[in-house]
Design a binder for this molecule. Structure first.
Ligand code: GDP
Ligand code: IMO
Ligand code: MG
Length: 428
């Protein structure tokens, strides 16, 4: 039995959904620990594509218990829509989806504040998904948030809502000149959601720890990526939660002693959605090729993702702050047919070589990547399932990454579909 954390090692969209779905074949429980419906996790089974936002990517396996942990922020209408969307496609969640009583609720004024504050920032905006993620975590940390469990006690819910609307409406009206909200309307709307969601609300900390005690395989699913982490990412161009592996402990109520392995998902190149520094970003035809061939358009907002070469400086940081036991290299097939593939091994800043990612944003923004060039392979790697069948140069690319970051690959993903991968070492 094992407890395995899946974490994005870059700026998100590394292919976490595909890996979580694949590993779920051996998992009894899959639990999300942070983020909200800003995430978009894609799973492709045969020719059917599923995009999961709040529901753990293990849901497509019928016998797996899926948990939305206390560290997640939940927009109930988005969750209900996701549940209904799955049901329409023959996937029921009635018995196998639980939501933590302690998860915080995204309220309509959170989304309004998110959008208004982005608009007010103008060119300096973060490029958020506009889903209300930041303002919801602000209320959580400010100790005024409304939690999923509050849906079950209408009077207490209404009281908190009224108190919170005093401030939210003040800001919306006076600072942002935006429409305000009426407590009665929001209350009625959320009580409707409560009816649908009540059966799923549970003490998930007890349930997850019980599964671990009973020696079950438990998969902990991160959303976003390490460089979007509130503490260890490229602040302030980050999301508002602990996306790194440590977030799995606080976001579910599991002690660090219970975690056996941490797997970092690494895309074979780099992408980023939204604003913020990205040293290896390409503004040329190679970047466009990555975007087109890799389908690099946001699974949540549809925005074009910024694309660039693999950056082992940020990956070394990722290995360190997550304590990675292994990596999963994804989208190797997207690099098929390239003449040269570049790997960033360090940066230069004002004539100095930097081996580590600088913490100051103003420095990182001006870093120039130093590249090591490798010869590309001309064959297709799409769908390859054995390491020895990979072109020698693709093998060399993987080996070089492993040696630069000091962590070995457990899986190499060679296509969108569930079974298009090379299993080098079983994480469970
Ligand atoms: P996530 O947010 O980390 O789950 O990643 P997304 O789902 O947002 O983006 C990853 C995209 O790449 C999705 O469209 C996946 O179907 C796709 N994908 C994942 N692994 C591979 C792979 O090895 N090869 C190819 N071609 N596509 C992949
Ligand atoms: P998955 O789980 C990529 C980015 C947004 C923005 C910043 C803050 O699919 O990898 P937020 O709405 O969270 O306040 O936005 O974080 N972002 C993501 N980028 N993948 C994601 O999720 C993301 N979730 C948030 O684009 O730059
Ligand atoms: Mg995504």
């Amino acid at each position: 039995m094992s407890v395995v954390v899946i974490v994005g090692a870059q700026w998100g969209d590394e292919g976490k959904g595909k890996v979580v779905d694949y590993l779920t074949r051996r998992a009894d429980v899959v639990a999300r620990y942070q983020g909200g419906h800003n995430a978009g996790h894609t799973v492709v089974i045969k020719d059917e594509k599923f995009v999961l936002h709040l529901i753990p990517s293990g849901i497509l396996h019928t016998n797996t218990l899926c948990i939305i942990g206390n560290g997640v922020v939940v927009e109930p209408s988005a969750l209900i829509e996701e549940i209904r969307g799955l049901r329409k496609r023959g996937i029921t969640v009635s018995d196998n989806l639980l939501i933590s009583r302690n998860a915080h609720l995204i309220m309509p004024y959170h989304a309004a504040l998110d959008r208004a504050s982005e608009q007010a920032k103008g060119k300096k905006n973060i490029g958020t998904t506009g889903r209300g993620i930041g303002p919801t975590y602000v209320d959580k940390m400010g100790r005024s948030g409304i939690r999923v469990g509050d849906l079950l006690t209408p009077e207490a819910f209404l009281e908190k809502l009224k108190t919170n609307l005093v401030q939210a409406n003040f800001l919306l009206k006076n600072l942002y000149k935006a429409p305000t909200f009426r407590a009665e309307n929001v209350f009625k709307e959320y009580m409707r959601y409560a009816k649908v969601l009540a059966r799923h609300i549970a003490d998930t900390d007890i349930i997850v720890n019980d599964a671990i005690a009973r020696k079950r395989n438990v998969l902990l699913e991160g959303a976003q990526g390490t460089l979007l982490d509130i503490d260890h990412g490229t602040y302030p161009f980050v999301t508002s939660s602990s996306a790194i592996a440590g977030g799995a402990c606080t976001g579910l109520g599991i002690g660090p002693t219970k975690i056996n392995r941490v797997l970092g998902i690494v895309k074979a190149y780099t992408t980023r959605v939204g604003s913020g520094p990205f040293p290896t970003e390409l503004h040329d035809r190679t970047g466009e090729m990555m975007r087109e061939k890799g389908g690099e358009f946001g699974a949540t907002t549809g925005r074009a993702r910024r694309c660039g070469w693999l950056d082992t400086v940020i990956l070394k940081h990722s290995c360190r702050v997550n304590g990675l036991s292994g990596i999963v290299l994804t989208k190797l097939d997207i690099l098929d047919g390239m003449d040269t593939i570049r790997i960033c091994t360090s940066y230069t800043y004002r004539g100095k070589t930097l081996a580590e990612m600088p913490k100051e944003l103003s420095v990182l923004e001006k870093c120039v990547p130093v590249y090591e060039d490798m010869k590309g392979w001309k064959e297709s790697t799409l769908g390859i399932k054995n390491f020895s069948n990979l072109p020698k140069r693709a093998q060399a690319y993987l080996r070089r990454i492993e040696s630069l970051i000091g962590v070995k690959a457990m899986i190499v993903s060679t296509g969108q579909k569930r079974d298009e991968l090379i299993l080098i070492e079983e994480p469970f």
